[in-house]
Design a protein around this ligand. Structure first.
Ligand SMILES: Nc1nc2c(ncn2[C@@H]2O[C@H](COP(=O)(O)OP(=O)(O)O)[C@@H](O)[C@H]2O)c(=O)[nH]1
Ligand SMILES: [Mg+2]
Length: 176
């Protein structure tokens, strides 16, 4: 390995990220968007998808966890080792909002290290019938997260809206 490469590697921080949320929230589409810089169609995730994204001084090893009930059993083990959590909610899925909230707090209270950054994405904001950010923050009781370092961004993995700002915040959270 070259001297420069070694130097560069030393400066590169590696983090393990998990992406959770109900099936169909848009998790895989968001990861694909991060990789490709544009919308790409996806198929439902069976188990775990892993994707490594290299940024100038951060390497993100992303575990995209299948949201179906069958696969949630493997979440705790992966979340325990995680340096950062991305939690994705479908802003148009009013019916499963409570289910998503329950899962979210289960991860927060029982699966992750409370010091890691938590990025919450209210996804599918391109759809007309959807929760607003304020409605969502109230419904999910996000202020009750207290000292956890969290942020909530409104995103669309189809148009790309909000993705840059959301991940800018997330990446910055690892540089502190
Ligand atoms: N309208 C809209 N559809 C989306 C968005 N993100 C994902 N989808 C669609 O939602 C479905 C589920 O997406 P997927 O990424 O597989 O969800 P996952 O189960 O959470 O990984 C797919 O049909 C996606 O095209 C979005 O921001 N807006
Ligand atoms: Mg998926």
């Amino acid at each position: 390995m070259s001297f420069l490469k070694r130097l560069f590697r030393q400066r590169t921080k590696r983090v393990t990220i998990t992406i959770c949320g109900l099936d169909n929230a848009g998790k895989t589409t968001i990861v694909r968007y991060l990789v490709a810089g544009e919308y790409k169609s996806t198929v439902p995730t069976m188990g775990v998808n892993r994707e490594v994204i290299d940024l100038p001084n951060l390497q993100m090893d992303i575990f995209d966890l299948g949201g179906q009930l069958d696969f949630r059993g493997i979440w705790p083990e992966i979340n325990e080792k995680s340096d950062g959590l991305v939690y994705v909610v479908d802003a148009s899925d009013y019916i499963r909002l409570d289910e998503s909230k329950e899962i979210f707090y289960n991860i927060i209270n029982a699966q992750i290290n409370p010091l890691i950054p938590v990025l919450i994405l209210l996804n599918k904001c391109d759809l007309e019938e959807r929760l607003s950010r304020i409605e969502f923050i109230n419904a999910f009781d996000l202020p009750s997260l207290g000292n956890i370092k969290w942020a909530c961004f409104v995103t669309s993995a189809i148009t790309g809206e909000g993705i840059y700002d959301a991940f800018r915040w997330f990446i910055d959270a690892f540089q502190e």
